[in-house]
Design a protein around this ligand. Structure first.
Ligand code: 5GP
Ligand code: ZN
Length: 112
């Protein structure tokens, strides 16, 4: 995906400090954090949104959640807790068209 900013970040074409990386995913700090800890976890391959997930490609979501605790620990919020959010589509507030999960913490979060 030529003009996808998160593909460029995943490929290292836009410099970014990964807080976590493996062969399938990477995690980096959100440029506009809404809490003291705000990390974006993305698949390295381009998936436009949760609407594009299916039985063939959704294993990446399991992998992201399998790594989320590790990433929370790296960010120091494993004991205090955190929230994982996916925004999908216009009304869901998705502004970047590459599947990503927000890992947010470092303060008590309001709900809803
Ligand atoms: P969405 O609104 O699509 O769920 O989340 C997109 C997130 O990506 C936003 O929180 C926004 O601050 C973040 N973001 C957009 N562009 C960049 C960027 O170039 N670098 C980083 N680190 N975060 C970005
Ligand atoms: Zn992409």
């Amino acid at each position: 995906m030529e003009n996808c900013i998160f593909c460029k970040i995943a490929k290292g074409e836009i410099p970014s400090n990964f807080v976590y990386e493996d062969d399938k995913i990477c995690a980096f700090k959100d440029i506009n954090p809404v809490a003291p800890v705000h990390v974006l976890i993305i698949p390295k391959t381009h998936i436009a949104s949760a609407m594009e997930l299916n039985d063939d490609n959704s294993g990446i979501v399991a992998h992201i959640f399998a790594c989320a605790g590790k990433i929370a620990k790296i960010m120091g919020v494993d004991e205090s807790g955190f929230r994982i959010v996916n925004n999908c589509g216009k009304d869901g507030g998705q502004t970047v068209g590459h599947l990503h999960f927000h890992l947010i913490g470092g303060k008590e979060l309001l709900w809803p």
